[in-house]
Design a protein around this ligand. Structure first.
Ligand code: ATP
Ligand code: MG
Length: 331
């Protein structure tokens, strides 16, 4: 039995990288896995979110994006993490087994906490434990993640093994990370050496899934490039990260390889290439944005999808949670 668990934090403003690097892959996975769970991990959003006033909207926007991009909510649950209390219950149990030394090795904590670790929050430190619970509560076998989350899946495997040994059971299977991150890493439109992200201060650094056609065209026109024409091979793009990024985006959207796109546009200037790229982006993103807007207008229906998702996720999670309580020894 193969089961996939996927999740994104609802931190607002989905961008092209989230689509090409994550959601689009999940849409494809629906065809090969008979059991998929699509979670909106709002509890994980708390550890970097000081202001929760937009959380409800951001959560609905994420649900709308899942559906608009092609996740089939009739076949698979789309649900909100905080609607399934077993995540946090299991996280506490796992936390009581987790050596601090394991958490101290997590690079994401070091990166996000920065120099001032005394003021870093417990939630950020314990993030990997909750993520392990997210995965293990469903006994997921595969977890599609970016390169940055691979360490947390390894941690989950270690913790699953530790649980089994501690209670002398063979309850949790070790989940496998599925890495798509390297295949498609979308970079900022302002700086080809940093990744496109929804938290970048400049809106011109990214294409948002809810950008309209004019905005997309403007952002691509303004995207940083150089004055040279495009070469006919990727080798000559080595020192031109912005150009390489635009080629990669074009290739990802058109389904061709970056090398093929290079050949196709060899000798063209960016004015020509950018026009074609923005047409392609608009062709792909406009229907997604329109569908998202429509879903966001029909809030009750969207909430009903999330409620159905929560019911089916809770059913599976509670079944496992009952077994876990027995294994641990609670009355
Ligand atoms: P934040 O700035 O809040 O970290 P983000 O835009 O980086 O937001 P995440 O919530 O960290 O988004 O990531 C969600 C998913 O999207 C992850 O699977 C991640 O690997 C993928 N992803 C994010 N940005 C990119 C990108 N630029 N290229 C490819 N994949 C990306
Ligand atoms: Mg990120």
């Amino acid at each position: 039995m193969k089961r996939i668990l996927s999740g994104i934090r609802p931190t607002g403003g989905l961008q092209l990288g989230n689509y090409l690097g994550a959601i689009r892959n999940w849409v494809a996975l629906q065809e090969t896995f008979d059991d998929c769970l699509f979670c909106i991990v709002d509890l994980h959003a708390l550890d970097t979110l000081a202001d929760t006033s937009t959380l409800k909207n951001d959560t609905r926007e994420m649900a709308a994006a899942y559906i608009a991009c092609g996740i089939d909510s009739a076949r698979f649950p789309i649900f909100v993490q905080s609607h399934v209390p077993a995540h946090t219950e299991l996280a506490w149990i796992l936390g009581c087994l987790t050596p601090l030394g394991w958490l101290n090795r997590m690079t994401q904590f070091k990166d996000k906490a920065g120099k001032n670790q005394e003021n870093a929050l417990l939630g950020l430190y314990a993030y990997p434990v909750l993520m392990a619970a997210d995965i293990l509560i469903y006994k997921a076998t595969h977890v599609p993640v970016g390169e940055d989350q691979k360490q947390h899946v390894e941690f989950t495997r270690d913790l699953a093994g530790l649980f089994n040994r501690t209670f002398n059971v063979d309850f949790f299977h070790l989940p496998e990370p599925m890495i798509f991150g390297e295949a498609m890493r979308v970079m900022s439109l302002r700086d080809g050496t940093v990744k496109m992200s929804k938290s970048d201060a400049s809106d011109y650094s990214r294409i948002n899934l809810l950008d309209d056609a004019d905005t997309i065209a403007l952002k691509i026109r303004k995207a940083r490039t150089d004055g040279d024409p495009l070469p006919d091979n990727l080798e000559n793009l080595k020192d031109r990260p912005e150009a390489r990024n635009l080629i990669n985006i074009y290739a990802a959207l058109s389904g061709e390889t970056a090398a093929q796109i290079c050949v196709q546009f060899a000798g063209s200037y960016f004015s020509t290439f950018k026009k074609d790229l923005s047409d392609l982006l608009i062709a792909v993103l406009e229907p997604i944005g329109a569908k998202m807007h429509q879903l966001l207008r029909e809030k009750d229906e969207l909430d009903a999808v999330l409620q159905r998702g929560a019911e089916s996720a809770n059913k599976l999670a509670n079944q496992h949670m009952q077994e876990i309580r027995n294994i641990v020894g609670f009355l």
